[in-house]
Write a protein that binds this ligand. Structure first.
Ligand SMILES: [Fe+2]
Length: 233
């Protein structure tokens, strides 16, 4: 906080009150304020401008005591940061396909993908704050998301509706697997808050994959396995 050097002379207090004598003029008030602000051990230091910030001690290193040991916390945080990067990547792709959906089922698919994007985005803050509760650092930028993500973008100019649904279904299944690996790392360390949270996120990913799978099935011949099922058989 900046220290003011233009403190107004307080009004007279009458017979009672101040233990120290008050400056009688504005110049005297400024002089007294500067003298009070100056470090006693560096009386020869140059005068700071009136609006200079206060000298502050360097900030303490960002270290928060966590519920597990540092090594385990670092491993869990690394896994969680991968989850966070994939969550942002999947959110962006789901929104991308929501925005660029086309065809006779536009309204249904457009709304389905918006619902799923909202659900994916909702977990991002919880994932990041779980990392911080472990005393670790989480992602800081779009670049960090790109560096830590295992899912891939799709910047194609046009993607057919069925391909959109299939690709998102696969991505949600991969995301579920990333969460499963994170669950194992946390379980080994006895970090049950993380295992509990990842179980919920895994269930949500499986639900999204289920909806996408069944929706993609309706686009094809219902008497034969859908494209997605053939691909995974
Ligand atoms: Fe929208």
């Amino acid at each position: 906080m900046a220290r003011s050097t233009t403190t107004k002379t307080p009004p007279a207090m009458g017979k009672t009150g101040n233990k120290t004598a008050e400056p009688k003029t504005h110049a005297a008030a400024v002089s007294a304020s500067v003298a009070q602000a100056a470090p006693k051990s560096t009386s020869s230091a140059r005068a700071e401008p009136a609006n200079a910030p206060m000298n502050t001690t360097p900030p303490a290193p960002l270290h928060t005591p966590g519920p597990v040991g540092d090594n385990a916390a670092a491993q869990i945080a690394h896994a969680l940061n991968g989850v966070l990067a994939d969550a942002f990547t999947l959110y962006m792709k789901t929104k991308n396909f929501h925005w660029h959906m086309s065809g006779p089922h536009f309204r249904d698919y457009h709304l389905l993908l918006d619902d799923q994007a909202t659900q994916i985005f909702a977990i991002t803050d919880d994932v990041a704050e779980r990392v911080r509760k472990l005393g670790q650092r989480t992602l800081t930028s779009i670049g960090a998301i790109s560096h830590n993500a295992s899912l891939t973008d799709n910047d194609a100019e046009f993607v057919a509706p069925l391909d959109m649904l299939n690709e998102l279904c696969e991505d949600n299944r991969k995301f579920r697997d990333v969460l499963g690996k994170t669950h194992s790392v946390a379980d080994d360390a006895g970090d049950y808050a993380t295992t509990s949270a990842t179980e919920v996120w895994m269930d949500e990913a499986e639900r999204r994959a289920w909806f996408l799978f069944e929706t993609a099935r309706s686009l094809g011949d219902t008497n034969s396995p859908p494209k997605l099922l053939e691909a995974r058989a």
